[in-house]
Design a protein around this ligand. Structure first.
Ligand code: DC
Length: 244
């Protein structure tokens, strides 16, 4: 693990209660951090190892951003966004542990991974109505079974009482490189410079917005992942949850 773990928060001491592991109970893992830190890759690995549900909350914001773009709505116009999405039914469906997002009956899962939708998601996620609309859905899933949720405000707002909280980050250069590799592997025509610029813009949007900004919860463990593989980060989280 080297010196990659910068901060150890109070979550670490909550792994056991009276010396008894809590793994038999329902528990929640909050995994927050900026875009491109590898949260979804790590969360999938953790969910598989611990046999718990994974919820990619960014996909929910992406879905509402996508719906706005599809309807030609200006994603920076709070009133117009609210009007556009207020009656849209958003649902999560799992097939073999893989999450799909359904918006008014349309499976949008493969349509929400473009740079345009990333920026739209970042814009609409600053609108209080949007955050409120998605809050109950996220909490409802966390009530049903043990979960790992990845996002920006899971440890601070969505699940402030989550048993385990982690804040996964990496330098902007490293995150842009990972995102660039991911997009080009999917055949998308992007330049590294454009991806880096998007990462920096989204960091600024996500951490400076008035409502539920991207922020490490005081009791979250911070993991700086520049020199770690996703598997190493996942192993670290699983070990913390298992009280190893
Ligand atoms: O994790 P992601 O890149 O798929 O998220 C897309 C956008 O959604 C991100 O720029 C900020 C927003 N988001 C948020 O505000 N809160 C969350 N819990 C998850 C994502």
């Amino acid at each position: 693990m080297g010196n990659t773990v910068l901060t150890r928060g109070a979550a670490a001491s909550q792994n056991t209660k009276n010396g008894v592991k809590k793994s038999a109970d329902i528990y929640a893992i909050a995994l927050d951090g900026p875009s491109g830190a590898g949260k979804s890759t790590v969360a999938k690995l953790v969910a598989k190892t611990l046999n718990i549900t994974y919820l990619d909350t960014g996909a929910l914001y992406r879905t509402l951003g996508y719906v706005c773009l599809k309807n030609g709505v200006n994603v920076n116009d709070g009133g117009a966004v609210e009007q556009c999405i207020k009656d849209v039914g958003v649902n999560i469906v799992y097939h073999d542990g893989v999450q799909s997002v359904i918006a008014d009956g349309e499976d949008v899962s493969s349509k929400i991974r473009t740079p345009e939708v990333s920026m739209a998601a970042s814009a609409v996620s600053a609108i209080p109505f949007v955050r409120q609309k998605l809050l109950g859905l996220q909490r409802g899933i966390a009530e049903q079974s043990s979960v790992i949720l990845d996002g920006r405000d899971i440890g601070t707002v969505v699940l402030p009482n989550a048993e385990y909280k982690f804040f996964l980050t990496a330098s902007a250069d490293e995150r842009a490189r990972r995102r660039f590799d991911e997009l080009t592997a999917k055949g998308q025509a992007v330049t590294y410079e454009a991806v880096l610029s998007d990462v920096i813009t989204r960091d600024r949007n996500d951490s400076t917005r008035a409502i539920a900004p991207l922020k490490r919860a005081a009791d979250a463990m911070e993991i700086m992942s520049d020199d770690m593989t996703a598997q190493e980060v996942a192993d670290y989280i699983c070990a913390a949850v298992n009280g190893d």
